[in-house]
Design a protein around this ligand. Structure first.
Ligand code: PLP
Length: 392
């Protein structure tokens, strides 16, 4: 399946230097589809996936809010036109100063998962609305997010009761089933867990108004480490989420409102990098075996941070009819992690690639800019351009 629009492909074809392109019309159509599939869910874009002003402004005009993880992210979102009442502080890790700063900016919803963080929210954002994040296993996701975030159900009940005692508003529960979640089961389990905690809270007289189903919705355009399309079961995921919301409302009341924090799903397939070939080289492996290595101008530190877990589709626009050979693909830096790891399948590449030939790297709209270093080994961050203005 290809997700690249005509304007995005035209921009890639027209580029003469390395650059990353974001397709605003593509992001808009992904957002529209999400709203159609889950009409009752308010979208808070996880901005760390693509902290680009034009993207934030475009999504804000469409009605989306933002999940921010630091005062400076939240400030950027507000500057880009996201209304404060469509933002929340979704990071459970924050200093006293971060909390006070976010509160000063007008942010009123805070996510927590510990008594210590909760007390700090009460002290530095008095009266705030509090969401408690539940831990998930992360099973089925490419990146599980399981250890660092969330608490057990019993602790969530304790934290939200304590929130009330501290003069805060216990507002919701949140979960994140892991990034690039490939199974619908993950949301099914999350809903079961949410239902149990809501029941325990109701018994103690605490009625929440929100459930935040987090991020994790998959991108569609990646290849797995064997170079095959990943093909996540998106329709099934939407069906399970719809059924889960119906169930939670049936048991806990129609007043329950739902939020999601998609990041990758909205932007990954609508960004692409124009890179170039540094060199195609023939080498010997550790056992003397012959190998091709394709060194690209982009790698782990300037656009392809997630190359350890997946493969990105490559297009060699100047070599449509070439003879292909299997190669290890690597970035340009002096770090040996800057390459597809052992266990990734070799990638077919044209045998006659020359230094400087253009390469398009698709499905790179998520976690590219934010995971770029400040010029590691002198390889500069990619400049970006937004295409496909759209008409929000
Ligand atoms: C990173 C993050 C997201 C977005 O995750 P995706 O898998 O990119 O959708 C959402 N919510 C929180 C709290 C996050 O940290």
């Amino acid at each position: 399946m290809t997700h690249e629009s005509a304007p995005l492909l035209a921009a890639l074809a027209g580029a003469t230097e390395d650059r990353i392109f974001f397709d605003l019309a593509g992001i808009e159509s992904r957002y529209d589809t999400l709203r159609r599939e889950l009409p009752d869910v308010a979208v808070r874009f996880a901005m760390k996936t693509c902290p680009v002003d034009e993207v934030l402004t475009h999504l804000a005009r469409l009605g989306a809010g933002v999940d921010g993880a630091s005062p400076s992210e939240l400030e950027q979102a507000l500057r880009a036109g996201v209304p404060a009442d469509r933002t929340h502080y979704g990071n459970t890790v924050k200093s006293d100063r971060d909390i006070a700063e976010a509160h000063r900016l007008g942010v009123r919803d805070f996510v927590t998962d510990s008594a210590e963080d909760l007390a700090a929210v009460a002290a530095h954002a008095p009266g705030a609305r509090v969401f408690c994040r539940l831990a998930t296993s992360g099973d089925g996701a490419l990146w599980g997010l399981s250890n660092k975030f969330g608490c057990a159900p019993a602790d969530a009940v304790r934290i939200l009761r304590r929130a009330r005692e501290l003069g805060l508003t216990p507002a919701g529960l949140s979960v994140h089933v892991g990034s690039q979640q490939m199974t619908a089961d993950a949301w099914h389990h999350a809903v079961e867990c949410l239902a149990d905690v809501l029941t325990a809270l109701t018994r103690r007289g605490i009625v929440l108004d929100h459930v935040n189903l987090g991020g994790g919705l998959p991108a569609l355009g990646y290849l797995d480490r064997y170079g095959r399309p990943l093909e996540p079961p998106l329709d099934k995921i939407f069906a399970v989420v719809r059924e889960g919301m119906r169930h939670l409302r049936k048991v806990h009341g129609d007043h329950l409102a739902f939020v999601m924090e998609p990041g990758r799903h909205l932007v990954a397939d609508h960004g692409a990098i124009r890179a170039h070939v540094a060199r195609l080289a023939e080498r010997r492996g550790p056992d003397g075996e012959h190998q091709y290595w394709l060194y690209l101008s982009c790698g782990k530190f300037n656009g392809l941070y997630e190359m350890d877990a997946l493969q990105y589709p490559l297009v060699f626009p100047t070599h449509p009819d070439a003879e292909y050979v299997p190669a290890v693909v690597a970035g340009p830096t002096c770090d040996s992690d800057d390459a597809y790891p052992q266990g990734h399948a070799l990638v077919p590449v044209p045998r006659n690639l020359a230094s400087g030939d253009p390469v398009w790297i698709l499905a790179t709209g998520a976690y590219a800019i934010s995971y770029t270093t400040q010029g590691f080994n002198g390889f500069a961050p990619l400049p970006y351009t937004c295409v496909g203005e759209g008409h929000p």
